[in-house]
Design a protein around this ligand. Structure first.
Ligand SMILES: [Zn+2]
Length: 177
């Protein structure tokens, strides 16, 4: 999925996790959630630069063709690691042990979970990387064209709006009790 959709999903998770908190804390939480939701893709930035450069394009030019057959490149080792659910699972157990709040890990892990659904073929996710086993996603229209990025961002924004209305209602009901 595109990075903006991931960020919105991270913000939605913060919205749900912090619904009872004061507005300042919710505001900070949304930014943290958005950052963590999209952060796993930052590990693809070195590969983006190297692949585009070696294809004769400027480093910031995104072209799906640059990525064809590149999934085994060592430049993507970090990408597969940040997209593994094994890492957040281990950290989750540690956080639980320490009695720390875990919603930040949920925001981080939401990225890989969404990517499992939205990656196919050689780019299918390895949920427990570096352990073997790829899961074939449902489809990957997000990788075809910016039109699909726009559509998924719109859907995510609509979901965010619904969730913020819902949590606002929770707060109102909570005050009445
Ligand atoms: Zn990703």
């Amino acid at each position: 999925m595109d990075m903006i959709t991931h960020a919105i999903i991270g913000a939605i998770i913060a919205e749900l996790a912090l619904w009872e908190k004061p507005s300042q804390q919710r505001k900070h939480g949304r930014w943290i959630g958005a950052f963590l939701g999209t952060a796993p893709d930052f590990a693809a930035i070195p590969a983006q630069i190297v692949f585009s450069w070696s294809a004769g394009d400027w480093p910031w030019i995104y072209d799906p063709a640059h990525w064809a057959g590149a999934e085994d490149s060592m430049w993507l080792a970090g990408y597969w690691f940040t997209h593994s659910l094994l890492l957040p699972l281990l950290v989750f157990i540690y956080f639980k042990h320490k009695n720390w709040r875990t919603w930040t890990l949920v925001a981080w892990a939401s990225h890989a979970a969404i990517d499992i659904i939205s990656h196919t073929g050689a780019w299918s996710m390895w949920p427990f990387f570096p352990l073997p086993g790829q899961i074939e996603g449902v489809g990957d229209p997000w990788s075809w064209s910016p039109v699909w990025w726009l559509i998924s961002v719109m859907i995510a924004l609509a979901a965010w709006y619904s969730v913020s209305v819902m949590t606002m209602q929770w707060r109102i009901n909570n005050e009445r009790v």
